[in-house]
Design a protein around this ligand. Structure first.
Ligand code: TRP
Length: 335
């Protein structure tokens, strides 16, 4: 986004489900983006515990245990509570109310057409017993976005259908209640959409066990890099190697700052005469340069620091939410 297109009235909002600590996939896919956005815009980052409950309703301990972890990850990465309002979704009661009003503005068949929901339903094996709360979480997500009048939503590709639905609800709401109080929003996609897992098979994810966590100890980082999938046919150093599908190169592309050096290494590797060891050592250096300060900062963030940040954020977010819900009640005609 160029400086020209900056509109100070834009408001940024995004969120994460607190179902685990954040990993490097989150960092390159989203957190990095937020760090620059918070410098330019009013920014909200929501820990989406209510949404996390929609597919973990029988395991609330998991969500509870991860709220502080996620918040620590944010702070360690440089999300700055003086610039970004960090808050907990379930503590903003107005979101539940707004979700309820929005439920009337979408059809069940529209919700069933959402490709992300379709994929998630398959993965979660709900079969015929789809919880209504799960099918409807995109409606609650529309409330998240619109209650803060957010216009820029930094997310991954999988969230595009949610933003589309949110905009449909906005238009329907404004039309139905003959007003213009709600604003439409647009996604902000990161340059690095998907970080592959260290096994090279799929995107990095906690559940697949192929991710590097932001607080992984140096020795764990070393082990995970050593375990990275490279080219199985590149046996001797002198053998020519393949770049495509080679996780070490995929990560060097993302984490090694000297792009020219990476290009030279790729040429050398393709020709033969470059061993995986050298590359993995180089990658370790670059990744540790990024992760070491995050890891060290994270270790100093206490639970009480986190609780203060969240309480502060909840207070700020509540003020805005209350104002919007009042406008919403007014146009509906509720006292
Ligand atoms: N659905 C998002 C995810 O799983 C989390 C989320 C909840 C969100 N509410 C949001 C993202 C509002 C952007 C805007 O990652």
């Amino acid at each position: 986004m160029g400086q020209d297109s900056i509109d100070r009235r834009d408001i940024v909002l995004t969120g994460d489900r607190p179902t685990g600590k954040l990993h490097l996939g989150h960092y390159v896919g989203s957190i990095k983006n937020r760090l620059s956005l918070q410098e330019q815009y009013q920014t909200y980052v929501m820990i989406a515990d209510t949404q996390a409950l929609s597919d973990n309703f029988d395991n609330p301990q998991k969500i509870r245990a991860n709220i502080r972890e996620v918040c620590k990850d944010y702070l360690a990465c440089g999300i700055n509570p003086a610039k970004t309002t960090i808050f907990l979704q379930s503590r903003i009661k107005e979101l539940f109310e707004l979700t309820c009003y929005y439920m009337n503005l979408v059809t069940i068949s529209r919700l069933e057409r959402n490709p992300t929901i379709k994929a998630e339903l398959q993965m979660r094996k709900f079969g015929e017993s789809i919880p209504a709360g799960f099918l409807c979480y995109p409606v609650s997500q529309a409330a998240d976005i619109t209650i803060f009048k957010a216009t820029l939503i930094p997310v991954g590709n999988d969230q595009l259908p949610m933003i589309e639905l949110s905009n449909e609800i906005v238009r329907r709401f404004n039309r139905t209640y003959a007003c213009d109080i709600l604003r439409e929003s647009s996604p902000v996609l990161s340059n690095h959409q998907r970080l592959v897992g260290i096994d090279g098979k799929a995107k990095a994810s906690k559940s697949l066990g192929n991710a590097i966590f932001l607080d992984d100890h140096e020795s764990v980082l070393r082990d995970k890099i050593n375990a990275m999938y490279t080219d199985p046919n590149h046996i001797k150093v002198s053998d020519p190697g393949r770049i495509e599908g080679n996780v070490v190169f995929e990560y060097l592309d993302v984490f090694h700052n000297d792009k020219e050096e990476v290009e030279n290494l790729k040429q050398q590797y393709t020709k033969g005469g470059l061993g995986d060891r050298v590359l993995k050592d180089l990658l370790f250096g670059s990744m540790n340069d990024l992760l070491k300060p995050i890891r060290e900062k994270r270790a100093c963030i206490t639970d009480s620091i986190v609780d203060n940040v969240l309480n502060d954020g909840i207070e700020k977010a509540s003020l805005v939410a209350r104002k919007t819900i009042q406008e919403v009640r007014d146009v509906i005609g509720f006292q």
